[in-house]
Design a protein around this ligand. Structure first.
Ligand code: ADP
Ligand code: MG
Ligand code: MG
Length: 207
């Protein structure tokens, strides 16, 4: 991943979050505390500000800076989780000229860090349910020798399928878990924002 693509990804992500802010908050009002859209919007607005004029040498620098900003500026569970994912992925991308396989490996590290920090696994009805299938699809596409645009499109589709699959689940992590069985029947807000982030990556890679 080139530095320009990393910046384009985060710009596309910020734009998608702005458009979907109210939708994310609506999802969070059903099974959380109705702030996920606001949290993500505040975080990604701060990310764009933090990157403006920031002399990043590599894509990894861009992601590390973005991750640190989310950690410090978002006061919800999602800030430290996404921030840690981006920082961890960024550390793996520094100094490389990453291809789809390198990006898949970096995002797999980011996913592992989220699972560790959140004590979450696939099926707990969290962002992990969109993130994990996206990373799997990215890796499979990279292994098949496909280019970054194709790989990122496969990842976005997998994340969107993972999001839809959260609806029938009962939440086992995060605020939604306090609802017990009443969390069933709603898509997870963090899985929804993860799907937006991978769709933004596909859009940025297609340009
Ligand atoms: P908060 O729940 O603190 O208000 P947000 O509303 O911004 O934070 O984010 C909620 C989302 O964060 C959830 O929908 C879920 O996807 C994700 N999440 C919450 N707790 C965890 C966890 N322990 N592990 C993984 N993801 C989590
Ligand atoms: Mg919330
Ligand atoms: Mg909150």
């Amino acid at each position: 991943m080139e530095t320009d693509l990393a910046r384009a990804w985060l710009r596309a992500a910020a734009a998608a979050i702005e458009v979907n802010r109210d939708h994310l908050t609506r999802l969070d009002s059903a099974i959380g505390d109705a702030d996920h859209g606001t949290n993500m919007h505040r975080g990604f607005t701060a990310v764009l500000q933090a990157l403006d004029g920031y002399p990043a040498a590599t894509a990894g620098d861009v992601l590390i800076r973005a991750g640190g900003t989310l950690i410090s500026r978002v006061g919800g569970a999602s800030g430290p989780l996404y921030g840690t994912a981006l920082r961890t992925a960024g550390k793996r991308l520094t100094g490389e000229r990453p291809d789809p396989a390198g990006l898949a490996a970096a995002l797999a590290d980011g996913l592992a860090a989220v699972c560790r920090l959140g004590s979450a696994q696939v099926g707990d009805k969290t962002m992990v349910d969109a993130f994990a299938p996206a990373v799997d699809a990215l890796r499979a596409s990279a292994d098949a020798g496909e280019d970054l645009g194709t790989a990122a499109r496969a990842a976005a589709e997998a994340a969107e399928a993972g999001l839809r699959a959260t609806a029938p689940l009962q939440a086992r992590r995060g605020r939604a878990s306090y609802l017990g069985e009443r969390s069933i029947g709603h898509e997870d807000p963090g899985a929804a924002s993860t799907a937006l982030l991978f769709r933004a990556l596909a859009d940025a890679a297609a340009r």
